[in-house]
Every structure is written in structure tokens, then in C-alpha cells.
Design a protein around this ligand. Structure first.
Ligand code: AN7
Length: 352
């Protein structure tokens, strides 16, 4: 069913009708992978929801298929968003698919290379500002209020409606509700969407309990952990370099009402877990996604998550999004002359 996309898979429970032109790139139905080695390192029974496998390489596609389908149904001529990168890549692709003009506003110099390439090549108008994501969002909100341009940030209600489907996929694949869900938090949209998804499934009788929700943040932009906005957010995890979470109230309620919480991790910890994920399990995610693993490690250390708990960690974006950090965190290739003996020396282990 993957090629049909998530609107067809979950049509009965989404706000679409027969007249909605479905704008899809085959998003959703991403792998849920058991992660035994990484789990042993964390002391939990670990599963990874590999959202980097969506069409543009991040979970944003789940919300964007809904947002652009509804924008097309409403006759929108243009959409706009602020973005730390993944939203812009997704909006650009789904707008191209819908034949709708797309404008993205990004914090100058703070968007990972792969994401910038995606937005540029898909023909979006890419606007860099000398400011943060929070500044960009303030500007695009004004544009969408004053002009006939549809906002596709997660303030757009259809975004979270699409994103909540990930919770239902986990239920389908696991066969039950995990004890803990752990995911990186920037604006708090995704944790809000998962919590909504699980609650709706519970109301339908599809599950008999709810997971505890753990939100992970980078120390330099840990607005939920601190309980106050961060004036100048700074982290290597640029996707979650957000100081004023738009969904603060709902994200806080998800953590509180579920009996979960929030945890912070330093940039060094985030990069270490980014490395563990791919070296232990072969799962290549972007550093911001690895914040969920680093946050989980710290929540284990602090006793919030008990040993042996069943945890699903959401890896929100693909590793190819951020080649600069990947290369900086790895050994360079071995360089040799184009000769058999030189290669043999490396292969047999005495040449490195
Ligand atoms: C990989 O693209 O906000 O808590 O503008 O790209 O719902 O904000 C990205 C967010 C986690 C945080 N992981 O999700 C954007 C943007 C990745 C992300 C988040 C983002 P929210």
C-alpha cells in the first residue's frame, strides 16, 4: 500500500472527502526496526521508527500530503512556510506535485545542505533571513494573514492530522502500544500529533492503554525542558534549533498527561548517538533525529525511563540530509596509489 500514500491508507480517519485531490508521493508506511545492539547500549527494548524513509527524507511528508491536498482542494495559488530545513524540502516537493507556488523562509546559514538542495531544485522561492527560525515564522505568519497565501507550518491544522498516522502504523506493526515513545522536539508539533494519534486509536478501541511520551531536546534550544523560551537557540542539531515552540501547550500536555517528560542532550551527546545508531544498527539519521536517542540515554541515567522498558524512538530525518556533520564525524577515506599492493596492504590490515 505504500505507493498509495497515507491518505489512502487511513482515509476513513482523516479530514478528506471524495472531492479532495490527493497530493501524494507515497509517504508513510515507514519501517519499524528492532534495534538490539543500540537497545543494549541504552538498557531498553528498543525499536526505531525510521521516518527518514519518507519521500523527501523526513516525517514532514506525512503532514505535507494533507496540507497540500487541502490547499489544492481550497484552490490555493501559493503556500508559504518558515523552516529549519525539512519542512521547506517537503513543502517544495509537495507544492511541485500539486502545481502550486511555494515560498520558504529559512534562517540564513543554518540549514543542512541536503535540505537546502531539495528546496532549491524543486523550484521553491528560497528566502534566507538574517535571523532565527522563530523570526522566520513571525514573518510568514504575517504574510499568510495579510495575503491569499496558505501557511503550511504546523499551525496549519491539517499538518498534524497527517503526522498522527505514524502512531497508527506503530500500533499496526508492533501489535500493541509501546511503553514509551521518544522523539525529538522543536516546535512540539510531532509529539502533539503522536499523542493525538494514540489517543484516537484508544478511543476507537484499537488499543487498551497509552504510551508515555518522552520529548528530547538539544541543550542549546531546550525550551520545553527549561519551561521558558530560549532567546538565541544554538545547536548543531539545526532542525530543532527553535527557541519558541509553537505547540508548547500541547506538547507539554502530551508529556504531562501521558506520565512522560522532557530530556535535554548536549551537542556532543547527540553526535555520539548519531554515530551509535549507524554503527550499531546501520540506521543513518540526521543529528537532530539522534537527539531522541541522546535524550533517552539521559532520561535513563536520571531514572525517568526504567531499565528494560519497551521504547520506540522516532528517527525523524535521513542522514543524507546533513552530509557536512556526517563527514565531520567520520574518518576520511584511506587514499592510496592505484596499485594492487597498496590496496592489499589496506585490505589485509597493515596499511591503515
Ligand atoms: C528531523 O523543518 O521545524 O517538534 O522547519 O526536522 O514537530 O517541530 C523541523 C523539525 C524533529 C522537530 N526532527 O519536530 C522545520 C522543523 C527533525 C525535524 C523536528 C524537526 P517538531
Amino acid at each position: 500500500m505504500r505507493s498509495a500514500g497515507l491518505i489512502e491508507r487511513y482515509r476513513a480517519w482523516l479530514p478528506v472527502d471524495d472531492a479532495t485531490p490527493v497530493v501524494t508521493l507515497g509517504e508513510g508506511s515507514t519501517p519499524l526496526l528492532r534495534a538490539p545492539r543500540l537497545g543494549a547500549r541504552l538498557g531498553v527494548d528498543l525499536w526505531l521508527k525510521y521516518e527518514g524513509m519518507n519521500p523527501t527524507g523526513s516525517f514532514k511528508d506525512r503532514g505535507m500530503t494533507m496540507a497540500l491536498s487541502k490547499a489544492a482542494q481550497d484552490g490555493a495559488k501559493a503556500v508559504i512556510c518558515a523552516s529549519t530545513g525539512n519542512t521547506s524540502a517537503s513543502a517544495a516537493a509537495y507544492s511541485a506535485r500539486a502545481g502550486i507556488r511555494c515560498v520558504v523562509v529559512i534562517p540564513g546559514g543554518k540549514v543542512a545542505l541536503g535540505k537546502l538542495a531539495q528546496a532549491q531544485v524543486a523550484g521553491a522561492v528560497v528566502v534566507q533571513i538574517d535571523g532565527s527560525f522563530d523570526d522566520a515564522l513571525r514573518l510568514v505568519r504575517i504574510m499568510s494573514e495579510e495575503h491569499p497565501i496558505t501557511l503550511v507550518n504546523n499551525l496549519n491544522p491539517y499538518r498534524l492530522e497527517g503526522q498522527k498516522t505514524a502512531a497508527w502504523e506503530i500500533l499496526d506493526d508492533l501489535g500493541h502500544v509501546p511503553e514509551w515513545m521518544c522523539l525529538p522536539v522543536g516546535n512540539g508539533g510531532n509529539i502533539t500529533a503522536y499523542w493525538r494519534g494514540f489517543r484516537e486509536a484508544h478511543e476507537r478501541g484499537d488499543c487498551d492503554r497509552l504510551p508515555r511520551m518522552l520529548g528530547a531536546q538539544a541543550e542549546g534550544s531546550a525550551a520545553m525542558v527549561r519551561g521558558v523560551d530560549v532567546e538565541r537557540p544554538e545547536t548543531i542539531a539545526t532542525a530543532i534549533r527553535i527557541g519558541a515552540p509553537v505547540r508548547r501547550e500541547e506538547a507539554g500536555a502530551a508529556a504531562r498527561d501521558s506520565g512522560g517528560g522532557f530530556a535535554a542532550a548536549s551537542d556532543r551527546e547527540i553526535l555520539d548517538w548519531f554515530g551509535h545508531a549507524v554503527r550499531d544498527e546501520g540506521v543513518f539519521c540526521e543529528p537532530s533525529s539522534a537527539a531522541s536517542l541522546a535524550g533517552l540515554a539521559n532520561a535513563r541515567r536520571d531514572g525517568l525511563v526504567p531499565e528494560g522498558a519497551e521504547v520506540v524512538c522516532v528517527l525523524t530525518g535521513h542522514g543524507l540530509k546533513d552530509p557536512d556533520n556526517a563527514i565531520a564525524e567520520s574518518a576520511p577515506p584511506v587514499t592510496i596509489p592505484a596499485e594492487r599492493s597498496a590496496l592489499e596492504a589496506v585490505v589485509l590490515g597493515d596499511g591503515t
